[in-house]
Design a protein around this ligand. Sequence first.
Ligand SMILES: [Zn+2]
Length: 391
Amino acid sequence: MCTWHRLIPKEQMDLLTYCRNLPKVELHAHLTGSLSDDTVLQLLEAKEKELGSKNSLCSAKITISKGHQRSLDECFRVFELLHSLTDSLEAIRKITQNVIQEFAEDGVRYLELRTTPKNILGKMTKKEYVDTVLEAMINEMKTCRIMVRLLVSVDRGRGVEDAWSTLSLAKQYLDHDVFKGLLVGIDVSGNPNKGNLADYIPILKEAKKCGFKLAVHLAEVKSCVEETDAVLQNGLVDRIGHGTYLLDNNGYGINNQDMILKHHIPIEICLSSNVKTESVSSFEDHHFPVWHALKHPLAVSTDDKGVFSTTLSNEYYICAKTFNLSEKDIHELCLHAVEATFLPSSDKDILRQMVKDDLSKLMGKLFLGRMTTNTLKPSTVLEICTPKELS
Ligand SMILES: [Zn+2]
């Protein structure tokens, strides 16, 4: 009879449970892409009532219900669907509340949400959109154990004029009576094959001058070497989104890599997103370990947790499992994310202390190995599985 069992001492946790208990910081989360399947189904039903038709949204429901099984094409269809469902201020309020609650339930202590303000004729202005998101953030912070800040997104596919108007809107919140301090930065995102990032440099310079921090999706595709050089050489990036093709062997100048290392520009790491969109062929081929080996600051993030059917706990789990991270490595990742936030130093001090306190309570509780019944006292056994399940 086989005596092997998977036994976890009572005081310890398996890796996924441990990741769920980590005090996490989420820095790369697009509001609309973060909607859970439940929220999308609620919005679909509301839309059906509005349109008085069930059939037109039937295929959308099937796509949503596929969850983890979605193909790349279906992921993009979900993006389109989400934008069509979020065309009222009521929907914007609801999705903001739900997304914040879901991150809080996943153990996220600090969240930087990003979103592109929408202007829909007869339904909302960009300002009403941002006001609604900020109001919902304030409400949720009263009831959930989470701190939330906002980045407004500049969509590189919408042109420079639209970006200037988004920046001038963002400026209105710098000294706002109610919302001051909540809008901390600008995100530059959108289809990397559309527009040229270099055209946005004057806007980014102006944003920096106003005191906004900049998170820029950078080097997402192989063909954007020149624009990446231009933005980095101008010292305009406070955090890099993805940075998939930044390393030398992809044709990028070694100067860029040196500059990123020298200025400790944090990189937002979105493993599931990169693999599901096929910008990286597998978790094992991801650029995370290269930067991690150089002790560069990295922030594990979800990107679009709804579209890619993930959570931040799951991203930490994938990262730790794929790259064989130790408990100390995992704790360092949590703390690196704190340092990479766009919070002012006094708020960052509070967050750092909170994260450190929670991490110290977890120290030593990660179960890393397998044990036999002979090495454990019966009272410590939490979970037993059959030898078959171990293979
Ligand atoms: Zn993104």
